[in-house]
Design a binder for this molecule. Structure first.
Ligand code: G6P
Length: 615
């Protein structure tokens, strides 16, 4: 995720763009840049760091004059966050300049072709490839910028929201969208461009949200024309009157970042597997794994180290690695591992999981494992973070910035990437048949749609939250792949509502927690069809005989649990190994609504922090 802003009109562009970038920083904040047209030339300043760092640097580097400009705040995907990889990017001639949010998946082949035609590249980004592709089309066919953008985008595979201008035509900005958002604010003789409406809400309430595969040329003092990128047909612009206030927009219209992030899971999961899983070809490509395949295949065992929610994702991974790839796995709290003199050597492979990439205990566990000769692979969300740098290799989740302290989309994207790794290794080891492999890919591809379906239960979940919001204790039970989901469900409730909750393997209930059960104890039981369904139904019967209140998380169409439970929440059917990606959704929503009803600070719960950089 990145944030993009642009302005063309009669005001000074710089303050509008700078303020807009600050509002879009939730979308990414590892580097930022602005390009302005000062009346004769493009003036550009960019830097690694946040928008405030850019502000300091830019004021020393360039004049802030001009009524046309574009700006970008980056959340790196291709190329580490540094000054060179920051946007905007020039074309080779220096005439064109671009900002881009998204991923150009076929950038490597395009780059090779452009290199063969004499183009050179300063950065590692896919974006610099795109701007030179546009320049190449423009030069070869002697075309105007708009047409060249259109032709170039027809050669591109991936996702984008872009804004481009040409210093030789400084009265227009060309914008286009596929997959990533792009809003155009329409003022009096002026246009605003942004990833969402927050940068221009105080200037105009009139906005157009471009649809996928649409492009527009915004010209100073002229009407806006929108075209289809594929066939050049004109589209009637649909101008919306914005009803929202600034604060809502910053949270994307949601009351809390946590809820927004819960709802971002379908796209976050898709972003995490996009370009890495080719379903038709039945291929999984993860550079960090491919480059180190021998290490993975020769490992005697995998040790997973993590904290908090990331540790729960590690537990899900234990099931899937052992199940599919037949590699022994141990999952360790990083804080325990680092202090208990673990037996570990160069035949071990360690996977460190961390959303922030900054958790002190996980970082220390990595250093310890490396010092003993183990190969360490990182699964992080924040690009360029300490853990991403300290590990020998890794794979990023593409969840986008997670702001709510209670982790949601980080968890499901971690499971997604770990599933891809397990499947890739299973294929390499021959422990999965090609038909099963294909089935997994097809099912994984359908998960985002199924998450959307699971989210549709929100109103029903709210009613359940209303009933149990005053309880002081909660139990969560699950078996197999869904045991870690029970732990994660309990953690979510504790974190944001301060209700005591425990997660247990369902069968362990009779070794202790069953003593707690009476008519006042609500128990969320994950009882999806695949896996140990009958056994879990027996556990539910044991709860029922002790008058516990049962909330069943079940597969669509379930009958048996419905007969026993006080409430059921349905999720779509999928393969057992993928079910945590769905069963976790209602538990996130349940804890969210209980916390909201109790008036708790959902996004910043007491005593917690998003990134724990101390022991
Ligand atoms: C903190 C956060 C949790 C997170 C844990 C591990 O406790 O509040 O949400 O799961 O740290 O963080 P990491 O960034 O390493 O995944």
């Amino acid at each position: 995720m990145c944030g993009i802003v642009g302005y063309i009109g009669h005001r000074e562009a710089y303050p509008i763009i700078l303020k807009g970038l600050k509002r879009l920083e939730y979308r990414g904040y590892d580097s930022a840049g602005i390009a302005l047209y000062d009346g004769c030339d493009i003036k550009l300043s960019k830097t690694k760091g946040k928008v405030v760092d850019l502000e300091d640097k830019l004021l020393k580097e360039i004049p802030t004059v001009g009524s046309l400009g574009i700006g970008h705040t980056r959340w790196a995907t291709h190329g580490v966050p540094n000054d060179v990889n920051s946007h905007p990017h020039y074309s080779n001639s220096g005439n064109l300049v671009i900002i881009h949010n998204g991923i150009i998946e076929n950038y490597e082949s395009l780059k090779t072709e452009l290199k063969n035609r004499g183009y050179s590249f300063k950065s590692d980004t896919d974006t610099e490839v795109l701007i030179n592709l546009i320049e190449d089309v423009m030069k070869n066919d002697n075309l105007k910028l708009g047409k060249a953008v259109q032709i170039a985008l027809n050669q591109v595979v991936g996702a984008y929201a872009i804004a481009v201008f040409d210093k030789n035509k400084p009265n227009e900005i060309v914008v286009a969208k596929l997959g990533s958002p792009l809003a155009i604010g329409i003022g009096d003789d002026e246009f605003f461009i942004a990833s969402d409406a927050s940068p221009f809400i105080e200037y105009t309430k009139n906005a157009i949200y471009l649809e996928d595969e649409e492009m527009a040329i915004v010209r100073r003092g002229k009407d806006l024309k929108i075209r289809k990128i594929k066939d050049d047909s004109l589209v009637d612009p649909y101008i919306q009157e914005l009803q929202i206030n600034l604060e809502q927009i910053e949270k994307g219209g949601y009351d809390h970042f946590m809820l927004k992030e819960i709802y971002e899971q379908p796209s976050a999961i898709k972003d995490t597997y996009r370009g890495r899983m080719l379903v038709n070809e039945a291929i999984i490509k993860l550079a960090g794994v491919e480059d180190n395949m021998k290490k993975f295949l020769n490992a005697d065992r995998i040790i997973i180290v993590a904290c908090g929610t990331s540790w729960h994702a590690g537990l899900v991974a234990e099931y899937i690695f052992e199940d599919l790839a037949r590699i022994p796995v141990e999952v360790e709290y990083a804080s325990e591992f680092r202090y208990r003199n673990p037996v570990i050597n160069e035949k071990d492979l360690v996977i460190a999981i961390s959303q922030s990439g900054e958790t002190a205990d996980t970082l220390a566990a990595i250093k310890l494992a490396k010092s003993k000769g183990a190969f360490v692979f990182g699964v992080c969300n924040v690009v360029g973070s300490s853990i991403a740098r300290e590990t020998n290799a890794g794979a990023y989740t593409h969840a986008g910035p997670e702001i709510g302290v209670a982790s949601t989309k980080a968890f499901t994207t971690q499971i997604t990437i770990l599933t891809l790794i397990a499947l890739r290794l299973a294929r390499a080891k021959g422990t999965i048949s090609s038909s099963d492999f294909r089935l997994y890919l097809m099912e994984l591809e359908m998960i985002p749609e199924k998450v959307i379906k699971a989210l549709e239960s929100e109103e029903h979940i709210k009613k359940i939250a209303e009933i149990y919001k005053t309880t002081r204790n909660f139990l969560y039970l699950g078996r197999g792949y869904n045991f870690p989901v029970a732990l994660e469900g309990a953690l979510k409730l504790k974190e944001i509502s301060y209700i005591h909750a425990e997660g247990y393997p369902a069968a362990e209930m009779k070794h202790g927690p069953i003593a707690l059960i009476d008519e006042n104890m609500p128990i969320a039981v994950i009882a999806t069809k695949k896996g140990h369904y009958e056994k879990v139904v027996s556990n539910i019967q044991e709860i029922k005989s002790r008058k516990g209140k049962i909330i069943g998380i079940v597969t669509e169409g379930d009958v048996s649990v419905r007969e026993l439970a006080d409430h059921v929440i349905e999720v779509p059917e999928t393969l057992e190994a993928l079910s945590p990606l769905l069963t976790t959704i209602p538990l996130q929503l349940l804890s969210y609504h209980i916390a909201v009803m109790l008036g708790k600070n959902v996004d910043q719960p007491r005593n917690l922090a998003k990134s724990v950089t101390v022991e």
